[in-house]
Design a protein around this ligand. Structure first.
Ligand code: DX5
Ligand code: ZN
Length: 212
């Protein structure tokens, strides 16, 4: 099975976001990765639910919303209603991961949990049955264009073993380039997020193909 590619629109032209989403859709992306930052959990500010809602008519692809915000619970419903297909929160944000995951599921949305580079995979153990996706950060979240942290590869392998036969996707986010993509897929990654690697040139289709 070929790996899914989720271009991060963090690296898109924010003045033409609708057009950019249509372009990555036409270029063959699988998911549209939407990086939400609050200037508190991470040192950057990006996109709110209004923008997600405005982008929704531009593509029927999976909207993969990555919440880098703390607190997270007060905003989950807004991001689901805006049209997210998957809502992922960070294990390090908020105090009640189990409750937050239940909230996402109760709204009929897929739920993801993300781990920062220094967070051990053991935090997944008691919520595995509530997860549709596990997002392994291979950079410290906040910015696009950072270098891949190699320890993520080992973490993906361990998480793959933990998941067993559960229908959970493993997604890797940060510094993914064609050179790291193959090893990540071999380690068990199902979805690769790529910001700079997709948007670096106008040949989005070629850049996505190079990552697969
Ligand atoms: C980082 C974001 C990533 C980032 C990836 O906080 O979660 O999605 O945009 O960008 P690249 O692929 O450039 O590292
Ligand atoms: Zn992300």
């Amino acid at each position: 099975m070929t790996v899914k590619i989720a271009p991060s629109i963090l690296s898109a032209d924010f003045a033409r976001l609708g057009e950019e989403v249509r372009a990555i859709d036409a270029a063959g992306c699988d998911y549209v990765h939407i990086d939400v930052m609050d200037g508190h959990f991470v040192p950057n500010l990006t996109i709110g639910p209004m923008v997600v809602k405005a982008l929704r008519p531009h593509s029927a692809k999976v909207f993969d919303t990555h919440l880098m915000i703390d607190p997270v619970d007060p905003y989950i419903e807004a991001f689901v209603k805006a049209g997210s297909d998957i809502v992922t929160l960070h294990a390090e944000a908020g105090k009640h991961i189990d409750r937050s995951l239940q909230l996402i599921k109760s709204l009929g949305c897929k739920a993801g949990l993300s781990l920062n580079p220094a967070t051990p995979e053991s935090v997944l153990e008691y919520v595995l049955d509530k997860l549709d996706l596990i997002l392994v950060m291979s950079v410290n979240p906040g910015f696009g264009g950072q270098s891949f942290i190699p320890a993520a590869l080992e973490k993906v392998k361990r998480i793959k073993a933990m998941i067993g036969s559960r229908p959970i996707e493993i997604e890797v986010d940060g510094g993914v380039v064609p050179g790291t993509a193959q090893a990540l897929a071999a380690a068990g990654a199902d979805v690769l997020v790529a910001g700079s690697a997709v948007f670096k040139t106008s040949d989005y289709a070629g850049n996505i193909r190079a990552l697969r």
